[in-house]
Write a protein that binds this ligand. Structure first.
Ligand code: GLY
Length: 256
């Protein structure tokens, strides 16, 4: 169960966030703020305490706070984002993590290693790590060594088609995994009960499990039905403005 969630308010510069889909247009800032507020309300409905960090205009993508740290049951790991414009976002998360963890439970990925939290999927005490354009071999090596130091395990999952691992695969507990695109047939996930997402709704592979409820993005009826059919209560949250800059539900929070 999660007790805490950290989110970061979108800054005005969110309109300039990195995107692989410029055809969707720039995010509407005021709508992004409203959607972010609704996201916080959905999280609160799931019984977590939400820490809301202030917007930081220096970093357009900084609302995607998941990428700057990975929080495990045993320790917090400050990442080293592979995106140049995001790399220094980690500085602001360190003092926040110190409010929750003693210094000996805060670890760091360092150069030449790179790693972004969107590439890390927790399944119990095991962590799958996507080797992506943002997360490199050295970052994964450091990350797995940190996990093992704390009695946890990790393994690499290569990916080629999407930004982050969790862009296309998300674990929603009870052995259930939402899979889209290149992750549908990966041997690494053969042991799970796969909920296969059609290409037309692949964005909605990025749902989050929070204390028994699954938060699903608005506008993806096949995924909404599949998650309900799997037995979960669902809360819908509109993330249209974050989708325009390759962001989804998991990217917007750290849950622990
Ligand atoms: N725009 C989100 C990211 O590229 O990290």
């Amino acid at each position: 169960m999660f007790k805490n969630v950290i989110v970061k308010t979108p800054c005005k510069a969110v309109t300039q966030g990195i995107t692989s889909a410029p055809e969707l247009g720039q995010p509407d800032y005021s709508l992004a703020l409203k959607q972010h507020a609704a996201y916080i309300e959905a999280l609160k409905q799931c019984g977590v305490s939400v820490t809301v960090l202030p917007a930081d205009e220096s970093f357009p993508d900084s609302c995607f706070v998941e990428d700057v740290a990975v929080i495990t049951p045993k320790c917090a790991i400050v990442t080293n984002p592979g995106a140049a414009t995001r790399n220094q976002e980690t500085k602001a998360i360190v003092p926040v993590l110190k409010q929750f963890f003693p210094e000996d439970k805060i670890e760091y990925i360092t150069a030449p290693g790179t790693l972004e939290g969107g590439d890390v999927m927790m399944v119990g005490t095991h962590f799958y790590v996507g080797r992506s354009a943002r997360t490199n071999e050295e970052g994964i090596k450091q990350f797995i060594a940190i996990l093992e130091k704390h009695g946890l395990t990790g393994s690499e999952v290569p990916l080629t088609e999407v930004l982050h691992l969790k862009t296309g695969v998300n674990y929603i507990e009870n052995n259930n995994m939402l899979v889209a695109g290149e992750f549908i047939t990966k041997a690494e996930f053969a042991q799970y009960n796969k909920i296969v997402i059609p290409q037309s709704e692949s964005y909605a592979a990025n749902c989050i499990w929070v204390n028994g409820t699954v938060i699903v993005p608005c506008g993806y009826p096949t995924v909404e039905k599949a998650v309900k059919d799997a037995g979960y209560p669902v809360i819908l949250v509109d993330t249209s403005e974050f989708r325009k800059i390759d962001g989804g539900l998991s990217c917007l929070s750290l849950r622990f």
